[in-house]
Design a protein around this ligand. Sequence first.
Ligand code: ADP
Ligand code: GLC
Length: 469
Amino acid sequence: MVSSEATPFAKTGGLADVTGALPAALQEVGDQVAVVMPRYRQIDWHSTDSAFDNMVVYAGTTPYRVDIRTRVENGVRFYFVEAPYFFDRDGLYNVRNTDYHDNHKRFAVLSLAALGVAQTVFPCDILHCHDWQAALTPVYLADQQHANPALSGVKTVMTIHNLGYQGRFGRSAFPDLGLNDGWLNPDKLEFHGDVNLLKGGIVMADWITTVSPTYAREIQTAEGGFGLEGVLHSRASALSGILNGVDYAEWNPETDPLIPARYSANDLSGKRVCKRALLDEFHLPSDDLDRPLLGIVSRFAEQKGFDLISSIAGLIAEQDIQIVILGSGDWRYEKIFRDWHRWLPHKVGVHIGYNNALAHRIEAGADIFLMPSLYEPCGLNQIYSLKYGTVPVVRATGGLDDTIQEDTGFKFGWYSAGALYDTLRTALGAFRNHDSWVARMRRGMAKDYSWNASAREYSALYKRLLGQA
Ligand code: ADP
Ligand code: GLC
C-alpha cells in the first residue's frame, strides 16, 4: 500500500483510519501487506530501523536520495520514506491553511520510493495506491518498468477516498515530475491546462476503487465527479466501490478506554454516565439527561454540510436541546460555531481543534450524531455512531446512504436547510418515545461494519487482477 497517512502515525482524516486498519485485516485473510508512507516529523526516527540506506530515486534526471526506515505496527510492516527536506515539517500537507508549494515533488518522491521498496526490500504483486498523494505510482510504474523487469508483473489499484482532492498543480509543476511531455496530454495527466495527479492514477491503474458502492456511481456524474466524471466513466469497467470497515478494537463502547464508562446494548447505563460527563466537560447544564444532546465531530469543510448546519441555529435556540461540536478547519465555520456558543452558552459547546479522545467521548455521550454531508465518499463517524448507540441524522449521499437505514437513523435526500430542519425535527420527535428510540439504538449497535468483509473484497480483487481467480 502506498499512502500519505496511516494511524497511528499520521492522520488528517478517514484515509488514515483505513490505511491503519485494512492492512492488518488483509493479513488476517491471508495476504502479506506492507505500507509505504513518509516519515513525517511527528514519527520518532528512533522508533524505526534501517531497511535500506541511500536509495536514489529519479524524477526524470533529478535524483532524490532517501533512506527507507521500517517498523512493525499491529503486525503490519511499515516502510517510512526518510527525506527530511520534504517531510520534516510541521503539517502533513500545509501550515496555517496554506499548502506547501512543493507538494507535487514531495508526493512524487513518495511514489518513486514506493517503487524502490517494491524492487528491493518488499517485492510485491500489487501496488495499492491511496488518493492523489500516491497516484503517480502507476504512472511512474508504466514509465519506468521497462527498465525494471522486477516490476513487470505488478498490478496497480487506485483507491479514491475523496474526489474533492485531486492534487492539481499549475502547468509549471510538470517538469518537476520528470515525465516526458507525452504525459501532459488530456488523456493522461493534463486537466484544463493544469497537471492533475489523481487523473494520472485513474488513467493508469489496472483497477480503481472508491470507498462505497454509491460513491462509485456518484463520481461518474457531473454532480459528483469534480470534472473527472468523464474519465471515470470511461473506466467504468475497471471501477468498483468497496465499503470501508471500521476498527472495533478502537471504536467499541464495551471496551473503549477513552470514555468515562463502558456500556453495551444490553446495559446502556454507562451511556448516561458518558452523557453527564460530556455535558460537564463542555460546561453545559446536566440537570436533565432526557434532553436530547446532538454531537458533531468533523473536519470543518464545505463537504460536511456546514452550510446546512449553520442554518439550524434557530432550531437549536427554539427547541429544548443541546449540541456539542468538535472540529477544525475552515475558519468561516470555526467563527460561526464560536458565535453560536456566545449566543447560546447553555446549549452549545464548542471545541475547536483535533482531539481523538474527545471524539470518542462525543460519540459515547451524545444521543444524536449530525452528518448532513454535501457528499461523503464513505464516512466513518456515522458508523462509529451506530456502535455507540448515537443515532445518526445524515444526508443520503455516498457511504452515508449505504450505511444508514431508516431503522437505524434518519436521512434526507435533497441538500437543503429545510430538509435537514424537517429531518431533525422528526428525529427529535422520535427521541421522545423512549422505548422505540432505544430499540433504534440497539439495531444500530448490532450492525457489523468490521474490516473483515471489506478485506475479503479487496483480496478477491487482487486475485482477479493477478489472474488467480
Ligand atoms: P473525512 O476523512 O472526510 O474527514 P471520515 O468520517 O471518513 O471523514 O473520517 C474522519 C475521521 O477523523 C474519524 O476517525 C473522526 O473521528 C476523525 N476526526 C475528524 N475531525 C476530528 C477532530 N476534530 N478531532 C478528532 N478526530 C477527528
Ligand atoms: C475521505 C472521505 C471519507 C472517507 C475517508 C476514508 O476522507 O471524505 O468519506 O470515509 O476518506 O475512506
